[in-house]
Design a protein around this ligand. Structure first.
Ligand code: FAD
Length: 555
């Protein structure tokens, strides 16, 4: 394997040696015991999966083809090694993790290739198309929509084209705030390069540490500060996409009316229209001030109404987020051990104030609002928001909890592996809907999950938060958990399918920012209509008549 590209663990999230620990969070074990019936003190933790236990399908890449690829990228940057091919088989969805831990690899890429630049990508693509091979672009491998896996029935050679060596910020047009970035740049790579000259992209998905700018575009990703900076669909202005024989070039423009947007066609294309090699993104000066304040609302309804009021107001925060009562309870339970004044405030003073206001502590909802910009701007925004929060019966509790939230946000993904080790599922489904539908969607999803849990015969857990506000609505993000019984994947399907179906049945989308892949494709027609699916199918078939680019994803 090329030694310049670092991959995540083959069996789970993130870096080797890093994991989730609950010992410093005293409320966590009792919470899990109460909500899903899992006793963390007595449950046996699975040992780390051993690569030797895997049956990896042998590579079927013809030697001459592998040699031809090596001739393009160099011997060190092409691999048919089993471990390398396994790393490139799946993303990091719960289904992916269960399958890989359970030795269920039906098809792996036959060869992995790491080009150094766009010219090499072009040569690899042309060689693969000439050999009638399949090309699956690989960014960080962090998707959770089943966007990467080769189809089990694929008989042609499958090439995983890893962009990991292409991670430079090529150039910044400082007059326009436009940065050209190679598609394989992962969040920390590109942010460090931008920060060194005073710029930021402002795109911080929870997977930031292990996902790439090309992957963000290919899946239509959204980051935490989207209220200020926009989704990647807004941030990505120019694109270079290698297609058979030539490069599709979209210059960075603030806006254009040149027909239906080809830029929008590439956004969310999940590798089906070619290999994105470069993205020109809108960047911003690193803000002088960046802070996140915490608020509480007496109820979920009050929290949602306040978020809508903020979105309609003159305030322009960078983050608007409110957890429902379940998620608020979870956040409290996963807090680290407190002491001194912070313990007194959280456990005595605050509950006392809330009770005095007549609040039911089981219904309170925690909210985080972020402010960025000059000190005066951030202060003014906060003043506007504080007034709205007050009007909706909420109260501010300062910056402390916001700081903690900001610090631990990239650690949360490790929790899923921990739960799997303990025989439990913990996963997410997210959607977006108009303001007028959000409460309905929320309640319908809860009802659907409860029904699914009853069907399986388990005590399951579900919680939610609203984030990413728009003028017309917002994203609702659900996290669910339950202890596996006899058949993990079919039990998982029962719950996940019920939630996805509740989305489309209640006028919400199948995904706000995780994409379609294989995971959400069954609901695409209900999302965009059968005519919409026909248009997409026609686009992919005509743009890629030989089905060389990541076939069978999206539609
Ligand atoms: P990959 O997973 O490698 O690929 C995803 C798809 O894009 C595949 O179809 C692939 O073929 C295609 N692709 C990748 N690179 C290219 C390229 N250069 N050219 C053409 N096609 C390409 N998503 C969010 O939006 N916001 C979040 O907050 C968020 N949090 C997450 C938290 C966790 C714990 C996990 C596991 C995932 C999360 N995700 C989130 C989902 C995931 O990180 C995103 O989908 C991300 O955009 C994928 O980027 P990647 O580089 O890892 O792409």
């Amino acid at each position: 394997m090329t030694d310049t590209v670092k991959h995540m663990k083959w069996w789970g999230w993130g870096n080797d040696g890093v994991g989730f620990h609950h010992e410093d969070k005293p409320g966590f074990a009792p919470f899990v015991a109460e909500k899903v019936g899992l006793d963390l003190h007595t449950a046996e933790r699975a040992v780390e999966p051993s690569f030797d236990d895997l049956d990896v399908p042998a590579s079927t890449a013809p030697e001459a083809f592998v040699s031809a690829l090596a001739g393009i990228v160099g011997d060190d940057h092409v691999s048919v090694d089993d471990l390398v091919r396994v790393i490139h088989t799946y993303g990091k969805s719960l289904r992916d993790l269960v399958r890989i831990r359970g030795n269920q690899i039906l098809r792996s890429p036959d060869v992995v290739v790491y080009p150094a630049d766009e010219a090499e990508v072009q040569q690899v693509v042309d060689a693969a198309v000439a050999a009638d091979a399949v090309i699956i672009p690989f960014g960080g491998g962090s998707n959770i929509a089943g966007s990467l896996e080769p189809m089990p029935a694929e008989t042609r050679t499958v090439v995983s084209l890893d962009l990991g060596r292409m991670r430079a910020v090529v150039d910044i047009d400082t007059d326009s705030g436009l940065a050209r970035i190679q598609a394989g740049a992962q969040g920390p790579d590109l942010e460090a390069q931008l920060n060194s000259t005073g710029w930021t992209i402002g795109h911080f998905p929870d997977s930031f540490t292990h996902s790439t700018v090309g992957g963000w575009v290919a899946t239509r990703s959204t980051g935490m500060q989207s209220d200020k900076y926009g989704d990647i669909a807004d941030i990505a202005r120019g694109l270079r996409v290698v297609r058979p024989g030539d490069v599709l070039v979209l210059r960075p423009l603030p806006s254009t009316s040149s027909g239906p947007s080809v830029r929008e066609m590439i956004l969310g294309s999940e590798g089906r229209l070619g290999v994105i090699t470069e993205v020109t993104v809108q960047v911003h000066r690193v803000p002088e001030k960046r802070n996140i304040f915490a608020y509480f609302f007496p109820t979920w309804e009050a929290g949602i109404t306040a978020m809508q009021a903020i979105s309609e107001s003159d305030a322009s925060p960078s983050i608007t987020r409110v957890s429902d009562a379940h998620e608020t309870g979870f956040t409290m339970a996963t807090s680290k051990t407190r002491s001194g004044f912070s313990k007194f405030t959280a456990e005595t003073a605050l509950p006392r104030i809330m009770k005095a206001k007549g609040w039911d502590l089981d219904k309170i909802c925690l909210s985080f609002i972020g402010y960025e910009g000059s000190t005066a701007h951030a202060k003014h925004q906060k003043k506007l928001v504080d007034a709205i929060v007050k009007k909706h019966g909420g109260m501010g509790v300062g910056e402390g909890p916001g700081l903690l939230y900001d610090q631990k946000k990239f650690d949360t993904p490790y929790l899923r592996d921990f739960l799997l080790d303990m025989g439990a599922a913990g996963d997410v489904s997210e959607t977006a809907a108009p303001w007028s539908k959000l409460l309905q969607v929320h309640d319908a999803v809860y009802a659907a999950a409860d029904k699914a849990y009853a069907e399986i015969g388990v005590t399951g857990w579900i919680m939610s938060h609203l984030s990413h506000s728009y003028h017309s609505g917002a994203c609702l993000y659900f996290t669910f958990a339950f202890v596996f019984q006899d058949d993990p994947l079919s039990e998982y399907d029962t719950v996940k399918n019920a939630i996805q179906q509740a989305f489309v049945d209640n006028d919400a989308t199948i995904s706000h920012h995780h994409g379609v892949g294989r995971e959400h494709a069954p609901w695409l027609e209900e999302d965009i209509s059968s005519e919409g699916v026909k248009v997409l199918t026609a686009l992919f078939e005509s743009a890629d008549p030989g089905a060389h680019f990541n076939p069978d994803k999206v539609v």
